[in-house]
Design a protein around this ligand. Structure first.
Ligand code: PMP
Ligand code: GLU
Length: 396
């Protein structure tokens, strides 16, 4: 006999990024050498001074529940960082710290959305957005963007997707999975529609510090006056400080939304992990050279990956300006045989690449766009060199 699962969770797709990474790990556990480009997490260790701060916090007995929305000093440090970098002014009580930005997104959608509300999500989108929206009973409205436009949503496409039920526009810049970014002017043009149509915007800015080639990142609420009151900004320490396992992210929101998220979290999880909060405080307040060092390593890998993709016949990708992903157009290599196997979809392509060449990538269909596969370059140069040799051999 098996117990029945709720309808809403039965309809949930598990995370494809995590599923592909699990497959790669299973192969590794069987003794295979695997070149895993599936998961988007920095391969660097968390910088030493941050780990030391966590040890000190434990030694000092900071091992209890904290305020449900996070330590006041951490919320203050987050606010100060945004003010220093972007000139945005928030009160510390407008920040809610959670167990990772994924948890923050879950909180944001839960407090903003009623069943039937529509959320506009430009595709390709990060795998978890549509599923987290569906958990609330709201409806993801997917708007395809194009490689020719660097996968940016245009104001015309946004306007065309708006209905009487539209509540939220979700923006992710720099983008997972496309590695592209909106310019301040692009954001301004979208903001004009947002203000006119009175939409709420959830701006996922978790890759804010991972920007290449002199491109300028703009935080969405800064591009037009009045936007901050219609916007929730999501960010965290996972990507910037190589702290994925510590599980700290946050949302900055208008006061009533922040209060609602704090109340929700007090019932959901009491508070984020205390020791991780002290580590995150050290990350934000401590020396920032580690961020620059990791960025310079990512930039070299980005250049290498961009070049390899353009050198392999039939593959292409947009010019990557942020985050650490290449969203590779594989459409010319679908609809053909690889050995004895006919491969028609990005899922079949990624599974066959893993089986034949032991290279892990994530199928474009999981990000809402068929004909592509995502490679994360948050891995060593040696791994990338071997992986791209194998991808080249595979498509030949
Ligand atoms: N947003 C985006 C776009 C991401 O790629 C990730 C990576 N997992 C997250 C949010 C969540 O990050 P975390 O939960 O590790 O803070
Ligand atoms: N954000 C990363 C990725 O897209 C980590 C895995 C996840 O949370 O989806 O691969």
């Amino acid at each position: 006999m098996s117990l029945s699962i709720s309808r809403i969770v039965q309809a949930l797709e598990p995370s494809a990024t995590i599923a592909m990474a699990t497959k790669a790990k299973e192969l590794k556990a069987r003794g295979e050498t695997v070149y895993d480009l599936s998961l988007g997490e920095p391969d660097f260790d968390t910088p030493l001074h941050i780990r030391q701060a966590a040890l000190e916090a434990m030694e000092a007995g900071h091992t209890h529940y904290t305020q449900s929305g996070g330590l006041p000093e951490l919320r203050k440090a987050i606010v100060e960082a945004y003010q220093a970098t972007h000139g945005l002014v928030y009160a510390p009580t407008q920040v809610v710290v959670s167990n990772g930005a994924k948890h923050s997104l879950h909180n944001v959608f839960t407090v903003l959305l009623n069943p039937g509300d529509e959320v506009i999500i430009p595709a390709p989108y990060w795998v978890s957005y549509a599923e987290l929206v569906k958990l609330t009973g709201a409806v993801p409205v997917i708007v395809q963007t194009r490689q020719e436009d660097d996968f940016r949503l245009t104001p015309e496409a946004l306007r065309a997707a708006i209905t009487a039920k539209t509540k939220v526009l979700l923006l992710c810049s720099p983008s997972n999975p496309t590695g592209t970014m909106y310019s301040p002017d692009d954001l301004g043009a979208l903001a004009d529609v947002v203000l006119e149509k009175k939409l709420t915007v959830v701006a996922d800015e978790i890759y804010e510090r991972l920007v290449y080639g002199g491109s300028r990142f703009a935080s969405f609420p800064t591009v037009r006056p009045g936007l901050q009151d219609r916007c929730v900004v999501v960010n965290g320490v996972s990507k910037t400080y190589a702290m994925t396992g510590w599980r700290i992210g946050w949302a900055m929101a208008p006061a009533n939304v922040a209060k609602a998220m704090d109340d929700l979290q007090s019932q959901e999880t009491s508070c984020p992990c205390s020791v991780s909060q002290y580590a995150s405080l050290a990350a934000l307040k401590g020396p920032q050279e580690c961020v620059a060092e990791m960025l310079s390593a990512f930039a070299k890998r980005r250049d290498f990956v961009q070049q390899r993709i353009s050198d392999i016949p039939g593959l292409s990708c947009a010019n990557m300006t942020g985050a650490f992903y290449a969203f590779i157009n594989i459409s010319e290599h679908l609809g053909r045989k690889y050995g004895n196997r006919q491969i028609d979809t990005s899922t079949e392509w990624c599974l066959e690449l893993l089986a034949q060449q032991k290279v892990g990538m994530v199928m474009g269909s999981a990000f809402g766009t068929e004909g592509y596969a995502r490679a994360s370059f948050a891995t060593s140069m040696a791994n990338l060199e071997a992986a791209f040799d194998r991808i080249e051999a595979f498509v030949k």
